[in-house]
Structure formats: C-alpha cells, structure tokens
Design a protein around this ligand. Structure first.
Ligand SMILES: *Cc1c(COP(=O)(O)O)cnc(C)c1O
Length: 397
C-alpha cells in the first residue's frame, strides 16, 4: 500500500485497496452479497453490515477512491446527491449559515434552497470568481460549497485562496469535483476539507451505475459515514462492484476524454456556425490560466454556443448520428444536452442569458470515441443546423 501511494493514478485505479492475494485466489475482487457478517463472540470489533458501508466491496472501493484523491478516507453512497446531502449535514446544524457558489448543480441548489431552510439553515449564493464573495460570510457561516469545473460554462476555481478565506472565518469547504474526476483535479491538495463526486459520471464511467463519494480526513469522512448509517442511502454491493470495475479504467478514459475535449474545442473554435466555445483548455476561456495551474487535464466537457441560437440547436441535436441527446455526463459515449431543457430549465430565458447560457447553448460530454468521428458527426449536424438558418433568412427576405 505504501508503494501504491507513490504510484501513478493508472496503477492506483487498478490496484489501490486490494488485500494480499495468494495462489488460487480470484484476480477479480468478488461481489459479496451477504447483508450481514459473523461477529466476534466477545462483541469486539466493528459490526459489519451492508448499510453501514463497511462490507468488503465498499471497503475496497473506498480505499481506492481515497488513494486517487490523496485522502485519508472516503465513503461511497447511493448517489451523488446522497453524498452531497450527507456531507452538508455532517457539517451544519440548525441556525448555521452556508455560502455556496452560484454555479452549482441543480440538485444541490434544491437541497440548499428547499430542504435546509426547513431545518433552520440558510444559504447565500455567490460568484466565487468575484473578490466580493467573502461579503456573504456571517458570524454563523459554517460551510462553503464550491463546484469546479462548473456546469455548463466550465468555470475553474483557484481553490487554495478560497479555502484559506473559508478557514480564516471558521468555515469548512466542500467541493463538488464531479466534472474533473480525481485524475484531472484533487481539491484536497488545495486545502479543501471534503471533496464530493457524483460517481455516476466519470468515476463509474459507463452510464450504468448511480453512486456518490465523499473523501477527506478520516475524522470528516467518519462524520459523513455516521450520517450514512442513520439516513440509510447505502450503495448496493452489485453497484459498488460495477463502480470498482469502471474505476479500473478511469485514468485511461480520462486521457481520452481530455484529448477529445481539446480536439473538439479547437475544431469548434474554427467554425463560423459556432459563436462561442467554452472549454478551459482554450486560451479564450476566462479561467484558462487558473486551469493550467490547478488541473492535470482540461476534461471532456465542452460548451458550444451555436450562432443560429435556439432554432439551430434544435436542428443540430436532431441531426446527430454518433452523439446521443441525453442528460448526464462522464460516460464512454458522447452525450449532448441543452441546458435550457435540462440543468437550467427552471430559469427564465432572461436569467439564463444573464448567467451566460443563451438559447443555442449545447453542452457536450465527450465520450471515448475517436475524435475524428465525433467531429465528423458535429460537422454534418452543424451543416444541417445552418441549412435551416439560410433557409429561414431567404424565407424572411
Ligand atoms: C450528476 C451530478 C450530481 C448528482 O449526482 P447523482 O449521482 O445524479 O446523484 C452532482 N453534481 C454534479 C456536478 C453532477 O454532475
């Protein structure tokens, strides 16, 4: 294990957390379905139980996740939202205040805006890229929540100074690092207290598992684990096993996601039918300099603003042959979504536009297909989108 902690992410993704193996032991970690486990007769030692998240499949995948994040410990639960909810309630109590990034996942926004007020916990949303965000702190602020890269503009936060500000004011910082995966970013290295992932996305990587993870110090993760035992969002051992299987190729997949991101973003920037490309690997992105410093890869998420607006986007998504129109992200297949119908459907078009998401915005989660095939697919879909634009222009003449 000591050696593994010095090894690279690809080796960790395959081996971290494995116990010693001998002759005739299975190479692949088996699924243990037993809900309960034999106890010590004198009551010593932990009680093992699937809901407690301490059964063999959980223990292995948690050790692997901790190794990938550079964390002391990690806990895996039934969804990304379960991970975020438990992390939040492990830190705040009635009467506390939360500061959270404005550019936050819709489910987390719902938790903060709709659920926590019922327990006497208020949240102030801020733009963490603007220096005045610290004005939102109150004497009872106990928690700061960041998300990086953000959805769908891929804003990248320089976490170290932000975490320092939070700590100076006695607050704990949680970062949703789903879009980066531990291969592209490790927020704990930048002073963050807890890192959260929707493991449904890159960690599992095949769009066939719903899971979530929280990693950090042993003490903070145990506080989350204690809540998980009581609130009960345990991950089924089959799903844990699928997550472990998916994670073996995490570093390999991220290499391709990163390469496809750069290839598609660079191609898109040359297209007259695309007004603007949002990708932290492009010099034109507002956070490019930060991204170069804090990320080990720019990722597979790209935002495209079609020049023809909402109508062009409607034609573009219908013309796609390789990419699939579906929400979610981080899988091996390229998925496209329009934030106006998915993550930002709850906002008015005006409010969306004020947040930089005009109609015609297409969010792309690049899979691991060949970049040339994805680009060819987008090229023909863009042509179909623009034929419509010309047609409309002449019809209006
Ligand atoms: C999907 C997602 C979540 C929620 O994860 P689930 O596994 O769907 O519960 C949280 N944050 C981000 C950034 C996500 O993309």
């Amino acid at each position: 294990m000591t050696d593994l902690h010095r090894s690279g992410p690809s080796t960790r993704a395959v081996h971290a957390g494995e116990g010693p193996r001998g002759v005739h032991d299975p190479v692949v970690n088996p699924i243990v379905l037993s809900t309960t486990f034999m106890s010590e007769p004198d009551g010593d030692g932990p009680v093992l139980y699937q809901r407690y998240g301490n059964a063999p499949n959980h223990v292995l995948v948690e050790a692997r996740l901790a190794a990938l994040e550079g964390a002391e410990d990690a806990v895996v639960v039934g969804s990304g939202m379960a991970a975020m909810s438990l992390a939040v309630i492990s830190v705040v109590s009635a009467g506390d205040h939360v500061v959270a990034t404005e550019a936050i996942y819709g489910g987390t926004r719902g938790l903060l805006e709709k659920e926590l007020p019922r327990f006497g916990i208020e949240t102030t949303f801020v733009d963490l890229s603007s220096p005045s965000w610290t004005d939102a702190f109150r004497p009872n602020t106990k928690l700061l929540i960041g998300e990086s890269p953000s959805n769908p503009l891929l804003r990248v936060l320089d976490l170290r100074p932000i975490a320092d500000e939070a700590h100076a004011r006695g607050a704990v910082m949680i970062v949703d690092s789903t879009f980066a995966s531990p291969v592209n970013a490790r927020p704990l290295e930048h002073g963050v207290d807890l890192v959260m992932h929707s493991a449904t996305k890159y960690l599992a990587g095949h769009s066939d598992v719903t899971a979530g993870v929280i990693a950090g110090s042993r003490e903070r993760v145990n506080a989350v684990r204690d809540r998980a035992k009581v609130w009960g969002p345990a991950l089924d051992p089959h799903a844990v096993w699928l997550l472990e299987r998916g994670m073996k190729t995490l570093a390999l997949r991220m290499e391709r996601h990163n390469a496809n991101g750069i290839a598609v973003a660079a191609w898109a920037e040359t297209q007259p039918g695309i007004a603007r490309v949002h990708y932290p690997g492009l010099a034109s992105h507002p956070d490019h300099a930060v991204a170069k410093q804090v990320l080990d890869g720019f990722g597979g998420m790209v935002g495209l603003e079609l020049a023809g607006g909402g109508e062009a986007a409607a034609r573009f998504v219908r013309a796609l042959k390789v990419a699939k129109l579906a929400p979610s992200l981080g899988g091996v297949e390229t998925l496209i979504s329009e934030p106006r119908y998915t993550s930002h459907a709850g906002m008015s078009p005006e409010r969306r536009a004020a947040n930089g998401i005009r109609d015609g915005f297409i969010r792309v989660s690049l899979g691991i297909e060949d970049a040339t095939d994805i680009i060819a697919d987008f090229e023909q879909a863009l042509a179909a989108a623009n034929v419509g634009v010309e047609h409309e222009a002449s019809a209006a003449d």
